[in-house]
Design a protein around this ligand. Structure first.
Ligand code: NAD
Length: 418
C-alpha cells in the first residue's frame, strides 16, 4: 500500500475535476475545497501504571452549508491533519451525494488502540470528548465511529458530553449501542450500502450478480458485512484479507467461518477453508468480477491499477484509489463505483439514529433497511443519470457533480455574510 499520496490533495483533485464542469467562481470553489476549521490538540492521559502519555488528536469541520458537520472518529497510528481534512471533505460530498441534511466532519486520534487496556482507552476517549465538547452538539457537529472505534467509544463520548453539559442528548453522537440510544441496522449499514451499490451496478450493466466472484481487501466491519450480504445475493466471496495477508478459495470462502477465525486468531491468515494464502497485492489483482477495497485510503495506486483483474470496483473504504489509479482506470473498461455512494450506508443510518433520538421514537430494523435502500437506490439513479447526461469520463466525477452542485447551491442560497 502506498502512503506517498496525500489524501487531502486527492480530495482536492477530485473536486477540481468535477467543478471544472460547473461554472463556479474561483473564490466560491476555494470554499468547497478546504475545511472551515480544524481542531488539533493534545490529550494528556494517565496510563494504568501511573505514567502520563500524550496523544495528538484532531477534528476537522469541513463544510456546514447543508447541515451540522457529520463524520466518524478514527483511532489509528497513521492519523494526521491532512488525512482528517480529506476524510471530512469526503463526508461533505457523501452526505450531499445521498442527500441527507448534513455537512461533513471527521476526527481522529493518533493511537494504536491494540496497545492499550480498555480502562486506558476509556480515559483517552473521555479526554478527547472533553476537547470536542465546545465544538460538537446535536445541531452543530455529530461524530460517529470509524476505523477502530465502535459502540463502546460512542457510548463513552455521549456519557462525557451529557455529564459535562448536564443534559440527556443522545443525538450528539451516532453509532451508539442500542441501550444507549443507538438504532437498529447501524452495525450492518455500511456493508449494506456496499451490497446495494453492487446490486444496482450489476442491474445497470445488465449482468447477473449471482454469478459474480468477489475479492475484499480489509475484513473488518464494512468488508465482512458486505461479504455476508453479497453471499445472500448468490455471489461467491473468493478472497478476503487484513493487515497480515489474505486467503483465497476459487469455489468461495465461507465468510462467516473466516470472520470467526479472524476473531479467534486476529487474522484471516491460516483460515482452513482457504485453498491458498495470498498477499494483499495478489488479492487486489485477483481475477474476479468485483473488487471491494474495504481497508484504508490509497490501497490502489497507479501501478496496481494497471494490474487489476476485476472490472467492477465498489469502494467500501474512503479514498482507496489514488488519483493516478483513477486516471488509469478511467481509460480502461473498469467501472469504479465511488466511496461517497457505496459506503454512505453508515452515515445514512446515522442520520436515522439522530432523527430517532430527536423524536424519542424508535424504528424497526426493517423500516431502517427499507429507508436506507430507498436512499441508496435514489442516489444510484442520480449518479447514472448524471453520468450519461453529462458524458463524463468516470462515475466518481458524475457523483461529485451531483454532490458539489448541492453544496454549492446551499452555500449560494445563504449568500455571503457579512
Ligand atoms: P475496521 O477496523 O472494522 O476494518 C478494517 C479492516 O481493514 C481490518 O480487517 C484491517 O485488518 C484491515 N486493514 C487495515 N489496513 C490494511 C491493509 N493495509 N491491507 C489489508 N487490510 C488492511 O474498519 P471499517 O469500519 O470496516 O472501515 C473500513 C473502511 O471503510 C475505512 O476506510 C472506513 O473509513 C470506511 N468506512 C467505514 C464505515 C463504517 O460504518 N464502518 C462507514 C464509511 C466508511
Amino acid at each position: 500500500m502506498s502512503h506517498k499520496v496525500n489524501p487531502f490533495e486527492s480530495l482536492q483533485e477530485q473536486i477540481d475535476e468535477a467543478a471544472a464542469l460547473l461554472d463556479i467562481e474561483p473564490g466560491k470553489l476555494e470554499r468547497l475545497k478546504r475545511p472551515e476549521r480544524v481542531l488539533e490538540t493534545n490529550l494528556s492521559v494517565e496510563m494504568d501504571d501511573g505514567s502520563v502519555e500524550l496523544f495528538r488528536a484532531f477534528r476537522s469541520q469541513f463544510n456546514g452549508d447543508r447541515g451540522p458537520y457529520k463524520g466518524g472518529i478514527r483511532y489509528h497510528p497513521g492519523v494526521d491533519r491532512d488525512e482528517v481534512k480529506a476524510l471530512s471533505g469526503w463526508m461533505t460530498y457523501k452526505t450531499a451525494a445521498v442527500n441527507v441534511p448534513y455537512g461533513g466532519g471527521k476526527g481522529g486520534i493518533r493511537i494504536d488502540p491494540s496497545q492499550y487496556t480498555t480502562a486506558e482507552l476509556e480515559r483517552v476517549t473521555r479526554a478527547y470528548a472533553t476537547e470536542l465538547r465546545p465544538i460538537v452538539g446535536v445541531d452543530r457537529d455529530i461524530p460517529a465511529p470509524d476505523v477502530n472505534t465502535g459502540q463502546q467509544e460512542m457510548n463513552w463520548i455521549k456519557d462525557t458530553y451529557e455529564t459535562l453539559e448536564g443534559t440527556t442528548e443522545p443525538g450528539v453522537i451516532t453509532g451508539k449501542g442500542l441501550d444507549s440510544g443507538g438504532t437498529k441496522g447501524r452495525v450492518r449499514a455500511t456493508g449494506r450500502s456496499v451490497m446495494l451499490t453492487a446490486r444496482e451496478a450489476f442491474e445497470y450493466l445488465d449482468r447477473d450478480i449471482s454469478e459474480a466472484t468477489v475479492a475484499i481487501q480489509g475484513y473488518g466491519n464494512a468488508g465482512f458485512v458486505a461479504a455476508r450480504l453479497l453471499d445472500d445475493l448468490g455471489a461467491d466471496i473468493v478472497a478476503v484479507s487484513d493487515t497480515s495477508g489474505g486467503v483465497y478459495n476459487p469455489d468461495g470462502l465461507q465468510e462467516f467461518a473466516a470472520k470467526q477465525y479472524k476473531r479467534e486468531t486476529g487474522s484471516v491468515v491460516g483460515f482452513e477453508g482457504a485453498t491458498e494464502q495470498i498477499t494483499n497485492r495478489e488479492l487486489l489483482t485477483a481475477d474476479v468480477d468485483i473488487l471491494i477495497p474495504a481497508a484504508l485510503e490509497n490501497a490502489i495506486n497507479e501501478q496496481l491499477a494497471h494490474e487489476l483483474g476485476a472490472d467492477i470496483v465498489i469502494e467500501a473504504a474512503n479514498g482507496p484509489l489514488t488519483p493516478g489509479a483513477d486516471d488509469v482506470l478511467s481509460e480502461s473498461d473498469t467501472y469504479v463505483f465511488p466511496d461517497i455512494l457505496a459506503n454512505a450506508g453508515g452515515v445514512v443510518v446515522s442520520y436515522f439514529e439522530w432523527v430517532q433520538n430527536r423524536q424519542r421514537f424508535y424504528w424497526s430494523e426493517s423500516r431502517v433497511n427499507d429507508r436506507l435502500e430507498r436512499i441508496v437506490v435514489d442516489a444510484f439513479d442520480d449518479l447514472v443519470e448524471t453520468y450519461e447526461r453529462r458524458d463524463v469520463s468516470t462515475l466518481r466525477t458524475a457523483m461529485y457533480l451531483v454532490a458539489i452542485e448541492r453544496v454549492r447551491n446551499a452555500a449560494s442560497d445563504g449568500g455571503i455574510w457579512p
